[in-house]
Design a protein around this ligand. Structure first.
Ligand code: PMV
Length: 316
């Protein structure tokens, strides 16, 4: 018997960075956009032991020993939820995009594993499939950011609530400029704990909350002020990267080419008073989000900056 599932990644406009205590309990509320076109695919088959191997289709995926341990631990959590510890599986997974370089692959990996394991275990135990809210909360325990991948469009994770937040923006053109496809040296789990040593951690909850409220309110308005969305999104990723760079010892993901792309994008705003929403995850790549009526500007951006690899998707 084989089960299959896939789940999308998501990119945060207000970042989840820093945990309150053991377990994935976020210090602050976060808000993301779901990236339906950037997905992880999982297959599971009954086996003697729990093992992982790359999915035969899609991009070859390497998992570090620590990554593998965290992944299989999450499978165990799913088994305990279903009271089904006696079942074992071969799990195969892969992404349709480069992993570990700031395209939030842990979000889609854990969401897809949660979903596939729930399908398999619900089938094997004859227990009902959990609701989306329960699946999201189970997934959060494996990787915090993955809980936002269970809902479409703009998604909020606030305390223990995860939900799609109302918005008049229901479609965007998403581009990620791949500055580097190599794996990061400081994992996001390490980043969550190392930022606690930054002096800027003081006030982080308040700063994130202010941007969270500004963005969530703007999204609900009939005609959202795009510049306000841009400024709050821009400020929050810099806040997160400043936390990284002011930790003890400092670390960072920004590369010379990341800054080059950021300067180009800010230049668009400076010249035209309009442009994409811009953000970076814990990695060197730069994410752009354009309104649908900015389609020609988004295509011009690809034509003008052909030196970079750009992955594009229209997500709604
Ligand atoms: O889910 P984790 O523990 O890999 O957290 C990653 C959090 C960021 O991707 C850096 C930011 C976010 O909110 O997605």
């Amino acid at each position: 018997m084989m089960w299959e599932a896939s789940a999308p990644s998501n990119i945060a406009l207000v970042k989840y960075m820093g945990k309150l205590h053991g377990g994935n309990v976020a210090m602050n509320a976060s808000l993301s956009w779901t990236l339906e076109h950037l997905r992880t695919f999982v297959q599971m088959e009954i086996a003697e032991d729990d093992t992982w191997e790359p999915h035969p289709q899609f991009k070859p995926l390497n998992m570090s020993a620590m990554g593998l341990q965290k992944y299989l631990k999450h499978l165990n959590l799913m088994k305990s939820y279903f009271n089904a510890e006696t079942f074992h599986f071969t799990v195969r997974s892969a992404n349709n995009f480069p992993s570990d370089c700031g395209i939030a692959s842990s979000a889609s990996s854990f969401a897809a594993l949660t979903l596939c394991a729930a399908k398999a275990l619900s089938g094997l135990t004859q227990k009902p499939m959990p609701t989306l809210e329960v699946l999201a909360d189970l997934s959060r325990q494996g990787s915090g950011s993955s809980c936002r991948s269970f809902f479409k469009n703009f998604v909020v994770w606030e305390d223990n609530r995860i939900y799609q937040t109302p918005s008049t923006v229901n479609e965007m053109i998403h581009q990620v400029v791949i500055v580097s496809g190599t794996a990061k040296t400081v994992s996001s789990s390490q980043a969550h704990s190392r930022v606690q040593t930054s002096s800027l951690i003081q006030g982080r909850i308040e700063r994130a909350q202010m941007r969270f409220c500004a963005i969530a309110d703007e999204l609900k308005s009939e005609s959202p002020n795009w510049k306000n969305l841009y400024e709050n999104t821009w400020a929050d990723f810099w806040d997160m990267h400043a936390l990284f760079e002011t930790s003890h010892p400092p670390f960072g993901y920004m590369q010379k080419e990341s800054l080059e792309v950021l300067n180009i994008c800010r230049g668009l705003w400076d010249a035209e008073g309009d442009g994409p929403l811009i953000t970076m995850d814990a990695g060197p790549n730069v994410h752009l989000m354009w309104r649908m009526d900015q389609k020609s500007q988004s295509q011009k951006f690809i034509r003008n900056y052909g030196q970079f690899q750009i992955i594009e998707g229209f997500t709604s």
